[in-house]
Design a protein around this ligand. Structure first.
Ligand code: BG6
Length: 498
């Protein structure tokens, strides 16, 4: 498993395709800037922004400085911004134009000061990836695999739009690149708590023995967002929807980390080998009377918030889901018949991503029969144990247990055992992109997704589509926890809405 705080030793040129886009401004440049300020980047590094818009080095630098002032978590000052900018340059070009790639290659060949190791970041729409990689190949920008200087290509999600397009994309990438050169990014894997799931499960003795169907009643994974279609995201999102945007990658990856078998090591091979087994065993649960396997919703407007169909660059008759709730199963020895609930949505009451593992209630209901000194005890507080991995915000791990309330009566109530990152370490956690960019520069692909994983993810999405094709799209009010119909997806207690 990679570690932060280690300086990248090899010189690198970082080329960003889609350099004037939202992701570059909000995430990539701020992450690179923080790494730069933390002295984690190599002595020799260059960042080339490749895009169509009219800029020169200077105006691109100004654009990026504005972005850093707005989005950097590391404090910015004029001197360090200027120093950072001395590593930045702009390469204007169209992805369909071979000449733009040729001149890019000439920069590597003609300029000795440009580091020859190259990391290409494809921050572009999925349907442009094929063209871009073919152009890179034709312009001889791609060096030999496992050789020096190296070439690595980071591909943003969603990787394809369905199983077939992902397979085609994999084939094309693998025509020009070796699997070891491809870094399919899922930024959830760079989040601190996600990685801590593995430490928590496998560095402690007490939890792993109860992580199975004998003790676990169900697992609930929620990724709720307050955001809607800000920053012109409507066009992308209307084509993509919650299932493909969040479930097919982020939620499935969280699910893999929390349910996979212990790996035989912490390297990419060992971890990916276990994750793929989960994805192969994952499937939508069968619909039961009154309990569909899934529910999809779309937000309506109100309170100054537009409905999804009124958002910028969204079709007024769009049927894209902005909310999904699913009941899944993992068909293996450890998890058979344990319901796994996945839920994600835009315009929810708060931003919250967490995994809640709810354990079974004790076999013997001892406390239901307790009478307290002529009085009846308040038993409503007895709750099943729940272990919560809070991914964001207030990252931490919480265990809910039942304890006797101090009094002369035997009253049992739920209490929390908390481990909160901010209380323990009182320092800001690294951003997911910082970790992942550093790993890509170091050649560590543990936290990136392999081709067969991506295809397995799409296979499950197709199974979900088939299993839920009769489910109508349910409206929900912006600022609510989704359509009321979603409650029926759950078999027992309601969703954890807090
Ligand atoms: C992205 C999705 O991958 O993740 C967005 O495309 C979503 O729609 C975002 O908003 C959520 O990321 P985070 O880190 O803010 O939870």
């Amino acid at each position: 498993m990679p570690t932060l705080g280690v300086k990248v030793k090899e010189p690198v040129t970082f080329v960003i395709f889609g350099a004037t886009g939202d992701l570059t401004r909000r995430k990539l440049l701020p992450a690179l800037y923080t790494l730069f300020r933390d002295n984690a980047l190599p002595e020799a590094f260059d960042i080339i922004g490749f895009a169509r818009r009219k800029h020169d080095d200077r105006s691109f630098c100004e654009l990026m400085q504005d972005a850093l002032r707005e989005h950097s978590r590391t404090p910015v000052d004029d001197a360090s911004l200027a120093e950072f900018c001395s590593h930045l340059s702009y390469h204007r070009g169209d992805l369909s134009d071979p000449a733009a790639f040729k001149t890019l290659n000439e920069r590597f060949n003609g300029n000795d000061s440009l580091p020859a190791n190259r990391l290409f970041y494809l921050s572009i729409a999925a349907d442009l990836v094929e063209q871009t990689v073919s152009q890179m190949h034709a312009a001889e920008l791609i060096t030999q695999p496992k050789a020096s200087p190296w070439t690595r290509v980071v591909v943003e999600k969603p990787f394809g739009g369905d199983l077939q397009s992902a397979q085609v994309l994999n084939q094309i990438l693998l025509t020009h690149l070796d699997e070891s050169q491809i870094y399919r990014i899922d930024h959830y894997l760079g989040k601190e708590t996600v990685q801590n799931i593995l430490s928590f499960r496998f560095a402690n003795t007490i939890f792993e023995p109860v992580f199975n169907r004998t003790y676990v009643d169900h697992i609930e994974i929620t990724a709720a967002e307050t955001a809607g279609m800000e920053s012109g995201r409507g066009a992308f999102y209307d084509r993509t929807g919650a299932l493909r945007d969040m479930v097919a990658n982020h939620l499935f990856q969280l699910l893999c980390f929390v349910t996979m078998e212990p790996p035989d090591g912490l390297d990419a091979r060992a971890i990916r080998a276990e994750k793929i087994k989960i994805l192969h065993a994952l499937r939508p649960a069968a619909a039961l009377p009154g309990h569909p396997a899934g529910c999809f919703g779309q937000y309506t407007g109100g309170d100054g918030v537009p409905a999804f169909r009124e958002e910028d660059r969204v079709a007024p008759d769009s049927t894209t889901e902005t909310f999904a709730a699913l009941r899944m199963e993992i068909n293996n020895w450890r998890w058979a018949s344990v319901p796994i609930y996945l839920r994600t949505g835009k315009r929810m009451p708060k931003k919250s991503t967490e995994i809640a593992i709810q354990f079974r209630i004790p076999a013997m209901q001892l406390f239901q029969h307790v009478a307290c000194a002529g009085d009846v005890c308040d038993l409503t507080g007895v709750k099943p144990n729940t272990l919560i991995f809070r991914i964001q915000p207030d990252e931490g791990i919480f265990l809910q247990v039942s304890a006797k309330r101090p009094s002369m009566q035997l009253v049992v109530e739920g209490v929390d055992m908390d481990f909160s990152y901010s209380e323990k370490w009182n320092k800001e956690l690294p951003e997911a992109y910082e970790r992942l960019l550093l790993d890509a520069m170091r050649g560590d692909s543990t936290l990136f997704t392999r081709s067969d994983e991506v295809e397995a993810e799409w296979t499950v999405i197709e199974a979900i589509r088939n299993a839920t094709k009769d489910q109508p799209l349910a409206p929900y009010a912006a600022g609510s926890w989704g359509p009321p119909e979603a409650d029926a997806v759950m078999l027992s207690s309601g969703w954890k809405n807090e």
